[in-house]
Design a protein around this ligand. Structure first.
Ligand SMILES: [Zn+2]
Length: 344
């Protein structure tokens, strides 16, 4: 009893000392926030506002520049600078010790309002400096591409990938605010500004650009879902319709998926194989266009695929997006693990 009272008064004293100290320093420096727990559960539980919520607030050019510098500082290991810059945009930089993988990750987490909702719907970003595969998993269409958030987190953790980005809202959160970028949504209207795969002024795009610049070997994997009568359970693309040979990463991933799907009477194809019907090839995806060197990612197709490829889009019918089953997230995990061997 006496002991715990002593501890309490000591911690009260420390708190009392810390308040004026914080008040003095909070303008200049934001702290790195130590966190621990189950990273997979934490990431899956972040609220994502839905269609018509208008929860995405597009960043200004000045905010995009601060974000770019925050991400660059993080990738350079300048953590206090990264945290301070992120803080100016209402983001916390968490140092997250994950119980499941016994690894420590950096999470750029948007702060939330009193109701627990993210302030501006700008997404969640994870970086693993000890990653064993130079892969950047991307979930641009959570909620809409059903189960892809859980799948992207699952793949990121189990592949021991370098980075993960999850969009902050449903792609049509801002339902009547159209993106100026190329492409048409299935309702016949332009894509929305809340669709991070089809609008270039987003934290999602800048995170992607800084990662690809920082590591010339990094490959972005953009995880999607579709459902149609198209007779392929998975369609892989490097973001262009260019036909390439067997050594193409897009074709190798499609082959790795196809070998596994064939056991169940299903098949996978690649937009970059000769003769494949060029549908769902991601040619207007701004992350793909950046990776492939488009001079204007919003309005111009890439001139051709970057070689070696830096971007792979994986379009999946519902069975592959199931957490478990004869065909599931594990199928995609196995295929990616085969094409991208773990570094020692
Ligand atoms: Zn999608």
């Amino acid at each position: 009893m006496a002991n715990s009272d002593t501890q309490r008064s000591r911690s009260l004293l420390l708190t009392a000392l810390a308040i004026p100290l914080l008040a003095l320093t909070s303008c200049a420096f934001a702290p790195l926030i130590p966190s621990s727990g189950d990273l997979e559960a934490y990431l899956n539980e972040i609220p994502i506002p839905g269609r018509g919520s208008y929860a995405f607030v597009p960043p200004t050019d000045a905010e995009l520049e601060i974000w770019r510098r925050a991400v660059a500082a993080l990738l350079e290991g300048n953590l206090s600078l990264a945290a301070t810059r992120a803080s100016r945009l209402d983001y916390d930089l968490l140092l997250f010790r994950d119980a499941g993988t016994a690894q420590t990750y950096f999470v750029l987490a948007e702060r939330r309002d009193a109701g627990g909702q993210p302030l501006k719907g700008r997404g969640t970003y994870v970086y693993n400096p000890q990653g064993r595969r130079a892969l950047h998993l991307q979930v641009p269409h959570p909620l809409y591409d059903l189960n892809t958030r859980g799948q992207g987190i699952f793949l990121f953790l189990r592949l021991r990938a370098a980075a993960l980005a999850i969009a902050g809202t449903h792609r049509n959160a801002n339902e009547t605010e159209y993106s100026p970028c190329d492409g048409t949504f299935s309702d016949g209207n332009p894509y929305r500004i809340s669709d991070v795969a089809h609008f270039d002024k987003t934290f999602f795009e800048v995170f992607h650009e800084e990662l690809l610049r920082a590591d010339p070997k990094l490959v972005a994997i953009s995880i999607h879902g579709f459902s149609s009568s198209f007779p392929y359970t998975a369609i892989v693309s490097n973001g262009t319709p260019q036909d390439l040979g067997n050594s193409s990463l897009a074709n190798r991933l499609a082959d790795a998926l196809d070998a596994r799907l064939a056991l169940h009477g299903l098949q996978a194809g690649s937009c970059n194989e000769a003769g494949f019907p060029d549908t769902l090839c991601g040619t207007t995806n701004v992350q793909g266009r950046f990776a492939n060197g488009s001079p204007d990612i919003c309005r111009e197709n890439a001139p051709g695929a970057a070689i070696p490829e830096r971007f792979l889009q994986v379009e999946q019918q519902p069975p592959l997006r199931q957490p478990s089953g004869s065909v599931s997230w594990e199928t995609v995990l196995d295929a990616l693990a085969e094409v991208f061997p773990q570094q020692p």
